[in-house]
Ligand binder design. Sequence first.
Ligand code: HEM
Length: 340
Amino acid sequence: MPDKIPFNKISFTEKREVLRKRKELERKLEEKYSLTGQDFNANLEGLFHANYLKYWDYIQLETLLSLQRPRTDFADEKIFIVYHQITELYFNLILWEIDQLTKILPPKADILLNKIQRINRYLSQLTHSFDIMVEGMDVMQFRQFRMALLPASGFQSKQFREIEICCTDFVNILNKDYQNQLTDKADISEVFEFIYWKQGASETNPQTGETKETLTSIQFQEKYRDEFIKLANDVHDTNLLRLYELLPENDEQSKIKKENTKLALRELDTLININWRLAHFKSAIRHLIDKESIAQATGGTNWQKYLPPRFQKVIFFPNLWTEEEKNEWGKKWVESLRGK
Ligand code: HEM
């Protein structure tokens, strides 16, 4: 029934239907309030006095727009901050989906697939939009304002590390050299030392050859190490890899569902561990390398050796890939660049 026609102008049958629905709603509301011992009439009166919800209040627009605080006067620093914030919000949505999944045990194939597809949609957006960092910022401005932000780095993104922890068994995000030596039973607080990203967080003194951990990494671990270890223990049996493995395969239907979930997880692995990382690496090449020199890297890392996915080889779901696919990890993009 159209909303705008006044009650006294509608037909008798329509009136009766409107009143029936209203009564039903009243009954449900009364039941809702009485369940928590609240006075229904008082709440109705509150509704009468309450202001209408406004978009800007609901979205918290003023607060949102007060969160960009550039440290320099370079106009493009705003793009840098906003794009990081957008990325963190997407990371948050990814964690939101994962968090819901870890609570459904045993996992339900349809829900698991649906949520992995949502995560893939977010990762896809993040990969495609990375051009904003590559082409959408002035290189000279970046090089200057970035110096005012040292030693902060996206490397310290807590949510990125949480996504990694929640996707797979902890052993899969350890340094490749240690992975074969450790079992799934290893104490996470002991093997945390070997997490893959600590490798990218060291700098070598060109004179002495001595290698030490960067301040970026030290500060990051001081703040979040304990939380990461706790999370890794919490999701030991409920990370995405484990949830997938728990899916049944006892009939044709469940086999198809498991196969579809496998494909979605392979896509997730590709999106985050190849495509996003490559898009990100491109931004570093664009902004930190010029013909004469390599501009000082953000967190002081040897990022050219560390960031490329073909060197990192972070693979969340190793069992879902063939040996050949794993050997070729991240190489295609490099080949396509050479072909250009
Ligand atoms: C012009 C843009 C960017 C440049 C030049 C850049 C550069 C770098 C560099 C050099 C590193 C290595 C660690 C270091 O030395 O600091 C790094 C790591 C990282 N950055 Fe960025 N970054 C950019 C944008 C972003 C954005 C928008 C995000 C989104 C949150 C991000 C997230 C990360 C993450 C998660 C790492 C760690 C990657 C890993 O451990 O494999 N970066 N970045």
